[in-house]
Design a protein around this ligand. Structure first.
Ligand code: ADP
Length: 252
């Protein structure tokens, strides 16, 4: 469970740490609970505060006010626990992928946990299977397509066995088949019990998967509702919704 209470984050403080004239908060007094097992979509226009908000979940961004706790422990009290409970997949896989080959990349996190070789191998196998990349350990990262890189980045986060998997704009730059493949993997992971948070300004792919959609505008929660209800208000927030506004069962 991730719990936010009155979280405010500001950028652009001057040298004297005073708020600059007219500066608005990137995230403004947000309170939000993300229960285990939930598929949550955080939607909003570019600049509405989505990335800043989810980065508070594991201490990548420290709030200026308010509190964030993960599984009941304040993030600032135990950063390691927060980072292992909340796995983050960044918007650009290039910010995430660190090794030359698929297997070495997915093993990187577990190796840093000091796990046994057998345990590392098990986690790498399971994580690659979960993103439909089983048996491709030896392939070079630079030989992969954009969709495959995204899936390797997801596998790297999964190998840490997080309670919540947070993906920031996972579909950026992907073509239609790659998008469908990533959506199918997220659907399968959620069915198997992983809690998923997807950040997006485009709901077409994920509206049908979401249990709940939180819509941000100017750093505040403007919508917090099940998808059928949320799509009514989201176009007003400059979020792209599925054709006709309907939430049908999507084909994979
Ligand atoms: P989103 O993910 O919805 O696009 P962000 O959280 O990236 O929103 O940004 C929210 C606001 O904070 C925007 O006005 C953005 O310009 C500002 N911002 C984000 N990151 C930084 C930063 N590192 N320094 C200064 N301002 C930032």
């Amino acid at each position: 469970m991730i719990d936010l209470d009155g979280v405010t984050c500001r950028y652009g403080r001057g040298e004297d740490n005073a708020e600059s004239e007219g500066a608005t908060a990137a995230v403004d007094e947000v309170s939000l609970a993300v229960p285990d097992g939930e598929f949550l979509v955080v939607a909003g226009a570019n600049g509405s505060g989505k990335t800043t908000l989810v980065r508070t979940f594991n201490g990548l961004v420290e709030p200026d006010a308010g509190h964030v706790s993960v599984n009941g422990t304040p993030v600032e009290e135990d950063l390691v626990a927060a980072r292992s409970a909340v796995g983050m997949v960044f918007q650009d896989p290039r910010d995430q992928l660190v090794a030359a080959t698929v297997g070495a990349d997915v093993a990187f996190g577990p190796e840093n946990l000091g796990l046994s070789h057998d345990e590392i191998d098990r986690r790498v196998d399971e994580a690659l299977a979960a993103v439909n990349m089983a048996g491709r350990e030896r392939e070079r990262i630079d030989s992969l397509s954009g969709g495959e890189r995204e899936r390797v980045a997801i596998a790297g986060a999964l190998a840490m066995e997080p309670d919540h998997l947070v993906l920031d704009e996972p579909f950026t730059g992907l073509d239609e088949p790659a998008r469908r493949s990533v959506v199918a993997r997220l659907r399968a992971l959620h069915r198997e019990g992983t809690s998923v948070v997807v950040v997006t300004h485009d709901l077409r792919d994920v509206a049908a998967l979401a249990d709940r959609i939180v819509g941000l505008a100017d750093g505040r929660i403007a919508v917090d509702a099940p998808p059928e209800e949320a799509v009514e208000s989201l176009p007003g927030l400059d979020v792209r919704v599925p054709e006709g506004g309907g939430i049908g069962t999507q084909t994979e």
